[in-house]
Structures are given as structure tokens and as C-alpha cells.
Design a protein around this ligand. Structure first.
Ligand code: 4NP
Length: 165
């Protein structure tokens, strides 16, 4: 049995965007029957909400689409995450900058903007904290779209599917 593929979603607080991305991507992985092969987690670049559940508006927006964020708890990203996780996905450019500062030499290829896997022509998942419900819906739309692309990328990168014909 080969090692599981581990994916880490990262935002600032780990209470809005990255827990949403964790739950949505995990649902895609489970729907594809790959839960035994791909593991998903999330973390924040800050320690502001360590131990907290996701922000209630994020829980509610996700629940409307069938995702349960309630069991998740915030933690801060750490340097060793770059050894543990094969794919580290930043929700915005500032997260990417902060993660580059933490990333050990030789592990940079593991780090990308999450929306580099999306099809919407957007680079960043907007920070919805304290904003209107519509922003939480936008977050979910972007996260659902990029999750499809990320799953395809992982299957191809790890040669779990044959490319082309
Ligand atoms: P997140 O959103 O990075 O998507 O979890 C935020 C949550 C909390 C704060 C900022 C952004 N905050 O300032 O506490």
C-alpha cells in the first residue's frame, strides 16, 4: 500500500474559507470513492482562532449545500506541515506569501493558490469574515469549482488516472 496523499487548505483564521474548502474537497474525494487514498485538513496562518469551530455564517452557508463544518476546529499552520502534506493550498495571495515564509527549502512545489485549480478566472477566495451572506455564497461557488480541478490534478499528478488516449 502506498502512502496516502495529504492535502492542506490554508487561510488566515481557519474559521471561514479553509474549513469550507476542507469540507467541500473531502466530500468530492468521498464521492469519488477515494477517501482511503486522499486525506484532507485545514489550518490558518494566524493563531487568532485556534481551537474555535468555524464561523457561524460559514457553517450555515455550507449546510445549505449539504456540507457539515460543525466538527472542525481551527489550528495554526506549522513548518512541519510541509513535510506531512503533499499539497498546500493558499486561499489568497497574502496566505501564499505567509506560507512561503514558513516553507522549508525544497518544499516550494507543494505550495499553490487553491484557485489555480479553478475555472472562474479568479485568483483569490475572498475573505468573507464580517461581510454579507453573498460573499459566503461566492466562497462556496469558488471552492466547489476549484475542488473539481484539484481532484483532477491530484489524480493526474500521482498517476492515478491515465492521461489522454
Ligand atoms: P478566514 O477568515 O481566513 O477565511 O478564516 C477570517 C477569519 C477571522 C479573521 C479574519 C479572516 N479575523 O480577523 O479574526
Amino acid at each position: 500500500m502506498s502512502e496516502r496523499i495529504r492535502v492542506l487548505m490554508v487561510c488566515l483564521g481557519n474559521i471561514c474559507r479553509s474549513p469550507t474548502a476542507e469540507a467541500v474537497f473531502r466530500a468530492r474525494v468521498e464521492a469519488a470513492g477515494l477517501a482511503g487514498l486522499i486525506e484532507v485538513d485545514s489550518a490558518g496562518t494566524s493563531d487568532w482562532h485556534v481551537g474555535d469551530p468555524p464561523h457561524p455564517p460559514s457553517i450555515e452557508a455550507a449546510a445549505r449545500r449539504g456540507y457539515d463544518l460543525r466538527p472542525l476546529r481551527a489550528r495554526q499552520v506549522k513548518r512541519e506541515d510541509f513535510e506531512t502534506f503533499h499539497h498546500v493550498l493558499a486561499m489568497d495571495r497574502q496566505n501564499l506569501i505567509d506560507l512561503r515564509g514558513l516553507c522549508p527549502p525544497g518544499r516550494e512545489a507543494r505550495l499553490r493558490l487553491f484557485l489555480s485549480h479553478g475555472t472562474q478566472g479568479r485568483e483569490e477566495v475572498p475573505d468573507p469574515y464580517g461581510l454579507h451572506e453573498a460573499v459566503y455564497t461566492d466562497v462556496l461557488d469558488l471552492v466547489e469549482d476549484a475542488s473539481e480541478g484539484l481532484l483532477r490534478h491530484i489524480l493526474e499528478a500521482h498517476r492515478l488516472v491515465r492521461l489522454g488516449t
